[in-house]
Design a protein around this ligand. Structure first.
Ligand code: AKG
Length: 377
């Protein structure tokens, strides 16, 4: 009898685990009224502690620097470069407006992503894969193969480089997804190149590396954060930093993104049709620590589903990234990071819970830590 009960309990648990793997959208459609234990964070990691609301919930939100990119190619070039430098140094995050991307391309992208997540589960699940090297991947949580506590988020990841070999793998439904996403991806790439050129100028480094970014890695991550019945118990994404050089983030009009600024978590207010830009781990390494990749997380809410689309850019995946020689000086500014490459980052996230900035920490040099033999870029 006891054995029967135990076996039944195990069966139920296995069924629940399978259901969690199918994603939050699917879970919500089963009519849950409470957040399952699988998603409940330890009290110290929750967005509200002891019933008190945290900074975001008190509506203390941060006005990130807003940069008008149309001025980059005007007589105000020097002042835009100065604002970019200040934004990268003080915040690691900024918003851009007048970026030149047609508004319909932006709105169509959010629209088609929303329609993708509204598809029946059978359609979405065709793209499920636990292989992080797949050119298309539908999944849930942050790192679902390793997360002990799941995040309240489903995602669709699309490889964008080389585009001709990635495109045939992208979802064929909704029927306009490939067209809409392709237009968006091309705009993102060109905006990324403009931003990189300007930010390399702020660092005063040799800009020879710019050409290499043309064939660099580019991944699009569409995120869906369904309505959550108990948003104080879980997160849409745990605190993390991004691995690449720059992330260009499109968020809809629903608040959720928070960045760590000083000791506080502060909400990044959505600005219509703008993009949020942030420094990634590779850029922190390249700048030898001058520009920091900043921890960020996502809150969920009880009223509105939220959509965001992150465009992650870096150098070609086989390329070794290290501090720029122009920013290393053995006497005054010694090298602070080991070289790294994309393959070691992928191995790292496949093998552990990649939260916070622990990949970057693994590359940080401390006095006495030996340098590997590879060369910096
Ligand atoms: O949804 C957001 O606002 C942030 C997404 C994010 O941090 C990511 O995709 O890495």
């Amino acid at each position: 009898m006891a054995m029967d009960l135990e076996a039944e309990g195990e069966k139920k648990e296995e069924a629940a685990e399978r259901q969690y793997m199918e994603g939050v959208k699917q879970l919500c459609e089963s009519g849950i009224k409470k957040v399952p234990n699988k998603y409940i964070l330890p009290a110290s990691e929750r967005p509200r502690v002891n019933g008190r609301r945290d900074t975001a919930a008190q509506n203390l939100s941060l006005k990130l620097p807003v940069i008008d990119l149309s001025l980059l190619h005007s007589k105000d070039h020097a002042s835009v470069i100065q604002s970019l430098e200040k934004a990268c140094e003080e915040y690691g995050f900024f918003q851009i407006v007048n970026h030149g991307i047609p508004i319909e391309v932006i709105r169509d992208m959010v629209g088609v992503v929303r329609r993708f997540f509204e598809l029946p589960f059978e359609e979405r699940s065709k793209y499920m894969s636990s292989d992080i090297r797949n050119p298309v991947r539908y999944g849930t949580s942050f790192n679902q193969m390793n997360d002990k506590v799941f995040s309240w988020r489903d995602f669709l990841k699309l490889s964008c480089h080389p585009i001709s070999s990635a495109l045939p793998f992208w979802p064929s439904s909704p029927a306009d997804l490939r067209d809409k996403a392709l237009l968006y991806v091309k705009e993102m790439k060109s905006l990324f190149m403009d931003l990189m050129e300007a930010i390399l100028e702020t660092l005063g480094v040799n800009r020879g590396v710019l050409e290499e970014f043309r064939t660099g890695s580019h991944i699009l991550v569409a995120n869906c954060y369904p309505v959550c019945p108990e948003p104080g118990l879980t997160l849409g994404m745990p605190p993390h930093s991004d691995y690449g050089f720059l992330t260009l983030l499109l968020q809809d009009d629903v608040e959720g993104l928070q960045i760590q600024h000083g000791d506080e978590w502060v909400t990044v207010e959505p600005v219509p049709d703008s993009l949020v830009v942030n420094i990634g781990d590779h850029f922190e390494i390249f700048s030898n620590g001058r520009y920091k990749s900043v921890l960020h997380r996502v809150l969920v809410n009880p009223a509105k589903l939220r959509i965001s689309v992150a465009s992650l850019h870096s150098l070609p995946i086989e390329r070794v990234v290290g501090p720029s020689p122009d920013l290393v000086d053995d006497d005054d500014n010694p090298r602070r990071y080991m070289d790294t490459d994309f393959a070691s980052f992928l191995d790292y996230i496949a093998s552990c819970e990649s939260k916070h900035k622990n990949f970057l920490e693994s590359r940080r040099l401390t006095p006495g830590k030996a340098l590997p033999d590879s060369q910096p870029i």
